[in-house]
Design a protein around this ligand. Structure first.
Ligand SMILES: Cc1ncc(COP(=O)(O)O)c(C=O)c1O
Length: 389
């Protein structure tokens, strides 16, 4: 049996060792990282709300209700602010109800393992987030993974593997490491045709995509076709937590069955108040302006990378991967960019398949166009030096 230390050494040898870096000060488009000023190009704080004055003051208001909620929702931790946030989310998504979870990871593992179990079937895109994969494992349902965005493959599985139990199709709205979008129109049609529930994890689309920021479902014109809208509050919304927006029955069912909801202390008041303020902001003219600036920034950044001959792997959103291939070269790329004052993480297995390592760049509304142009130029320069282009 290998010792823990030997396993860690093996990870280092394969270029797969992970460690954390320290940010001093608030999250912004520029940060102090391990004592050095750098351009932030790997945060999911897409609209810059994590440090927005309205969210800060809302959090301070929330502290008036104390710093902790004291218990899980079903014991004594259900505060007025939880209910207010859920009403706000349901109105935003146009569903009967919403239920808040403590994180996206907790939401996916809790929702999936509650809705399906032994004898049921899950149909999951091969590139879905790890929390969906873990939710499927926990559920003990038969899990069928279809090739990425391949609705023909999904239909074959639905035809052949359905069984008599419940069926759940689950997909990321925006794929977190590729930045492409699920074919939601076709998924809605297949869910109806094969009597399956459809759950969309819109962690990276909500607040950001669609004419009014409702996310990938709005962008695809299928807001009403999705049974469970899952979303997170720690990315575009700049706060923390997650939710399921769905029918009253499904939310009531989750209150009774989702173990990550039942057996965990609920979110604290300051976080809830900040999240409510985030929805107000996303719905405001300022929010609209931020989304428009983000879209312009994304177009500019991608255009500069493509002009330099870099492969952005079919990204359709603010998540812009730059394909490298091997793990060691990807990490060297990321180190060299940090020397140049750009903070981008290299993404390796097990997050992405071996041989498809990449830099995962994320564009923010609070980046200045000139910063993104300069960053693209530096990425291209380092890419040429490393033989990636
Ligand atoms: C698609 C997707 N779903 C769920 C999560 C988990 O959300 P959270 O960070 O709130 O746990 C993430 C990222 O962290 C994600 O990218």
């Amino acid at each position: 049996m290998q010792t823990f230390a030997e396993e860690l050494e093996a990870l280092r040898a394969e270029g797969l060792y992970r460690s954390m870096r320290v940010i001093r000060g608030a999250q912004g488009s520029r940060v102090e990282l391990d004592g050095k000023q750098v351009l932030m190009l790997c945060s999911n704080n897409y609209l810059g709300l994590a440090d927005h004055p309205s969210l800060r003051s809302a959090a301070v208001f929330g502290v008036a209700f104390g710093v902790g909620s004291g218990a899980s929702r079903l014991v004594s931790g259900n505060m007025e602010l939880h209910e207010r946030l859920e009403t706000r989310i349901a109105a935003f998504k146009g569903t009967e109800k919403a239920l808040v979870f403590n994180s996206g990871y907790a939401a996916n593992t809790g929702i999936i393992s509650a809705l399906v179990g032994r004898g049921d079937a899950i149909f999951s895109d091969r590139l879905n987030h790890a929390s969906i994969v873990d939710g499927a494992l926990l559920s003990r349902a038969n899990s069928h993974r279809y090739a990425h965005r391949d609705t023909d493959a999904l239909e074959r599985l639905l035809r052949e593997k359905g069984g008599k139990g419940r069926r759940l199709i689950v997909t990321d709205g925006v794929f977190s490491m590729d930045g492409d979008i699920a074919p939601l129109g076709k998924l809605v049609q297949l869910a109806r045709q094969y009597d399956a529930l459809l759950m969309v994890d819109d962690a990276h689309g909500s607040g950001v995509l669609g004419a009014t920021g409702r996310g990938t479902a709005e962008l695809s014109g299928v807001m009403d076709g999705i049974d469970i809208h899952m979303g997170t509050l720690g990315k575009g919304f700049g706060s923390f937590g997650a939710y399921a927006a769905a029918s009253s029955t499904i939310c009531e069912y989750l209150v009774n069955k989702a173990r990550s909801f039942i057996f965990s202390t609920s979110l604290p008041p300051a976080v809830l108040a900040a999240s409510i303020a985030a929805f107000d902001l996303v719905d405001s003219a300022e929010g609209q302006g931020l989304r428009e600036k983000l879209a312009r920034n994304v177009a500019l950044f991608k255009e500069r990378l493509a002009a330099a001959g870099l492969d952005t792997m079919g990204s359709e959103t603010q998540i812009v991967p730059v394909f490298v291939g091997p793990a060691e070269a990807t990490m060297e790329f990321s180190r060299r960019l940090l020397d140049e004052g750009i903070f981008v993480q290299g993404i390796r297995p097990p997050t992405v398949p071996a041989g498809s390592c990449r830099l995962r760049c994320t564009v923010m509304a609070t980046h200045e166009p000139a910063e993104l142009e300069a960053a693209a130029e530096t990425i291209a320069k380092v890419g040429r030096e490393l033989g990636v282009i």
